[in-house]
Design a protein around this ligand. Sequence first.
Ligand code: 13P
Ligand code: SF4
Length: 354
Amino acid sequence: MTLQMDDYIATRADVRAYLDRALSDAESASNQEAELYEEVKHKLLASGARLVAHYYVDPELQRLAEETGGIVSDSLEMARFGASDPASKLIVAGVSFMGETAKILSPEKRIFMPTLEATCSLDLGCPEEAFNAFCDAHPDRTVVVYANTSAAVKARADWVVTSSIAVDVVDALAARGESLIWAPDRYLGRYVQKQTNADMLLWDSACVVHEEFRLHDLDALMSMHPGAGLLVHPESPDEMIERADAVGSTSQLIEAAVRLPNSTFIVATDKGIFYKMQQQVPDKLLLEAPTRGAGGTCQSCAHCPWMAMNRLSGINRVLDSWDPACEVLVDPELGQKAMRPLMRMLEFKASLSV
Ligand code: 13P
Ligand code: SF4
């Protein structure tokens, strides 16, 4: 069928009308978003609750935490802030282990999350029964678990660590001659083992986001940006860690972007970090590290699917109703057991700072 001139004019008019509608819809959606943001900010300030946000949640939630006296940080500082801030209610924008950690450390506080469905592949990859059996099989070993675990797994541990303090803690334990069980992240475990030479038995689990970073395509990107520094979170595969100019927790990667002289960085961690990292280095160019390479299927596209479940609308719902479906609860007996290894971590951190 050939298009006649009248049809063509009509089609052009349709396209024009469609584009106008789409533009006006986008504008009104962004106006509504901006209104919702201001409304939520107002309610949050009036409530006296604090928003405790991780670097991987949407930039608007990070901004909301900053503008209302809350915190945006790595998981260790989230735990420290939650435990020390006097607010009786905390809203945790992150994943479930972060909300649980806040509750375990402050059982008297009420802890809410925009959704309780936001979990973590490391937590899912380390079920309580299998982990207990692993520990039972190696009773002479000190049990060190990553913070990205359930309250039940923490309750079985001697130590909890986050990525920012894992090397220091394991180094100290190895110096005392202790042999360790490490769970659940195998890449972080191998990194810590190499840094400390500790005797560690590793659980075999991984983060679905960081595991996607591969060397494939990194060289091509590097050749387009000679002199770029590579910043890598230690949940990434060994090949990435070996090539890195800096390896560390989210906060440590932001510090490295400030400290290192490079004007460009390739960043191998969740892209949510770009919001705060770019604030710290406004004149530097930040690039996402390639995931999986050409022809691969990107499962995560460098953004944690569970972190992405934290939405402004969810925080609004919490502030409107303090909905019990959004409240983090931990069995008090379990919480007491899990508190011990968490407190050890916080005390160890405090001892490093003096
Ligand atoms: P950080 O402790 O570095 O913030 O990491 C938490 C996390 O879940 C990384 O994937
Ligand atoms: Fe878990 Fe990975 Fe998401 Fe961090 S980025 S919360 S380790 S799944």
